[in-house]
Design a protein around this ligand. Structure first.
Ligand code: SF4
Ligand code: SF4
Length: 275
């Protein structure tokens, strides 16, 4: 995102709208975007309405009114001069937008935003089988974000533990070697709002993997959240809940899929498609 110096009048309405605190009022009293902090989420552009007043005239009026102790301040949800200018993003910066702007469809999954349908569709996809646990590990949040170098630190540590990364996941699609958890070099300095790493393990490996995530998260400059899922037994119980309690985690059954989905191509040996 860029802010036109010609158009901006320094009203600061855009400053609180940015979830990354990337917009600030510079020494010239006009708004600027910190390009390293900006994750190209376009929240500022979508969150404000625009008027098309001439920047020079509004700046002059603001100065003149200030001299007589009056103030021209546009409504707080408004950029009076349409000074915010989204850029045409090139690789690798475009990765920021793919993981931070919920309106952008990720090329690798065809889904808006940073994740896949994750564990929510396991009854259809059958990704996580009996005796397995599916993990969704989220790196970053609005306000802090995450750089891919930190994500890679975690994926490398998890690869050492032998996890199998979900192939249809945006982060996996950016790996150069999923067995090692290595992510392409040219995006490692890109900052994003957040991303979700998905993988599965054997049930008995869950405590070891949780320990590994905990250990690596202490070395990262971001926040990490973990979700773990499994299949229920025929009577609706599951071994994961008790296992997590044993490890000292307070657990909640956050979501139970009732098997409303239907796999339509089991006979052909396919992975199933949604119907
Ligand atoms: S809202 Fe528009 S005019 Fe006001 S500081 Fe931001 S970019 Fe400048
Ligand atoms: S695009 Fe997003 S991160 Fe960048 S300045 Fe706008 S709101 Fe902030």
């Amino acid at each position: 995102m860029k802010i036109s110096k010609k158009k901006c009048v320094g009203c600061a309405n855009c400053v609180p709208v940015c979830p990354m605190n990337a917009i600030f009022i510079g020494p010239d009293n006009l708004a600027e975007v910190d390009r390293e902090a900006c994750v190209e989420c376009h929240t500022c552009f979508r969150g404000l309405s625009f008027e098309h007043l001439p920047g020079g005239l509004v700046r002059w009026a603001r100065r003149a009114l200030k001299m007589v102790r009056l103030r021209f301040q546009p409504d707080p949800d408004l950029c009076p001069t349409e000074a915010l200018e989204p850029e045409k993003l090139e690789w690798p910066r475009i990765v920021r937008s793919a993981f931070s702007d919920p309106m952008v469809t990720h090329e690798s999954t065809g889904i808006h935003g940073r994740g896949t349908a994750e564990a929510k569709t396991n009854d259809v996809t059958g990704r996580v089988g009996t005796g397995e646990a599916g993990f969704v590990v989220e790196f970053g949040r609005p306000g802090i974000g995450v750089i891919f170098r930190d994500v890679e630190k975690a994926t490398r540590a998890l690869a050492v533990e032998g996890v199998v990364f979900e192939p249809e996941n945006p982060v996996t699609s950016l790996m150069t070697n999923a067995g090692e958890g290595s992510i392409r070099e040219d995006i490692l300095d890109e900052k994003i709002l957040s991303c979700i790493v998905e993988f599965k393990t054997r049930m008995e490996d869950v405590p070891r993997i949780l320990d590994a995530v905990k250990a690596v998260s202490g070395t990262l400059n971001t926040v990490v959240s973990i979700g773990v899922s499994t299949r229920c037994d025929e009577d609706g119980s599951d071994p994961l809940h008790a296992l997590l309690m044993e490890q000292g985690y307070d657990t909640w059954r956050a979501k139970v899929n009732m098997g409303m989905g239907r796999r339509s191509n089991i006979a052909s040996g396919g992975k199933g498609r949604r119907v």
